[in-house]
Design a binder for this molecule. Structure first.
Ligand SMILES: C[S@@+](CC[C@H](N)C(=O)[O-])C[C@H]1O[C@@H](n2cnc3c(N)ncnc32)[C@H](O)[C@@H]1O
Length: 290
């Protein structure tokens, strides 16, 4: 018998019940919803398949379902197990080397699109500091058909994931990646600079939820003592690399807005837009050179 009775002979409906119990025992929130999502992904079923034929046997995919369940119950997010994450209008491959892109980060994409609505057909030059999986840059290039972009990351493995995602999305001719420490060695003038940098204070990392702490790369999370190290490095980079009519858009952590705005102001930048995410948390600052 495989994991807690998840075998080829049991029905899809019975599998759902057993998976929900297993996930609940593992401390997973909303175990019934998670069990259904896991079964759909691991067994390549649609919601309709589950409703229309709950009595159908699990069959040959039982081992894969059990393996996914084992990992999910141990705290690994389903997107990590699957290696895929939907963001904006696209699907991205994710590996242990990149942050699992968050829905909150779509707030940054919305802010940039809104500020550049009148210039969306122009050949905008876009720079993404800390490109990770490439989610932000790909989302923007997907909406701005004449734009081109550069994604920088300190992690060579992350930059490689971004490059593979750009290729899979047909963006290779417009999106480049570069391995580097923020703006070191970088020149040029960019119309849009975006970044979702690491912003968790170092001391808070051990207390993060296990799906974040144990599965997102530390380099993507750790913002130094007060969480603001990356903003200190990025403010002068924005000032130096923004075109005269250019804008920056920065993701921030909960409660960091005023500190980051002050830091940007002291670096000669002016915050012109502040946006909240769907949970009402201030999530994005956007602006220009002062
Ligand atoms: C929070 S993740 C954001 C990833 C992606 N942009 C997203 O929103 O899903 C931050 C990224 O910054 C990168 N990073 C950290 N320090 C860096 C540095 N000094 N220079 C360049 N990139 C850095 C990390 O490797 C990570 O990919």
């Amino acid at each position: 018998m495989s994991l807690e009775g998840v075998t080829a002979e049991i029905s899809r409906g019975e599998a759902l019940r057993r998976l929900a119990v297993l996930l609940a025992q593992g401390g997973v929130e909303e175990p019934a919803r998670e069990a259904a999502a896991l079964l759909r992904v691991a067994a390549a079923l649609t919601s309709r398949d589950l409703v229309a034929a709950p009595e159908a046997p699990l069959g040959a995919c039982a081992e894969r379902v059990a393996e996914f369940a084992r990992r999910r119950a141990a705290g690994e997010p389903l997107a990590r197990i699957e290696g895929r994450r939907a963001f904006w209008r696209h699907e991205f491959t994710i590996t242990p080397d990149v942050l699992d892109p968050r829905a909150d980060t779509e707030t940054l994409v919305e802010a940039a699109l809104s500020a550049f609505a009148a210039r969306s057909g122009q050949p905008l030059r876009v720079l993404d500091f800390g490109v990770g999986s490439g989610a932000i840059l790909a989302a923007l290039l997907g909406e701005w058909p004449c734009a081109s972009g550069l994604g920088v990351d300190a992690s060579a493995s992350a930059a490689a994931v971004a490059a593979a995602n750009f290729a899979a999305l047909g963006l290779s001719d417009r999106a480049r990646t570069l391995v580097g420490n923020w703006d070191e060695g970088l020149g040029g003038a960019f119309d849009v600079i975006v970044s979702n940098p690491p912003y968790i204070p170092s001391a808070d990392i051990p207390g993060l939820a296990r799906d974040v702490r144990d599965h997102d790369p530390l380099l993507a999370l750790d913002g130094g003592g007060d969480g603001l190290d990356a903003y200190r490095a990025l403010a002068p980079a924005f000032r130096r690399l923004l075109a005269p009519t250019g804008w920056f858009f920065l993701e921030i952590g909960a409660g960091q807005g005023d500190d980051v705005a002050a830091l940007l102001a002291s670096g000669g930048l002016s915050v012109k837009t502040r946006r909240r995410d769907l949970a009402g948390i201030e999530r994005v600052l956007g602006g220009t050179c002062a």
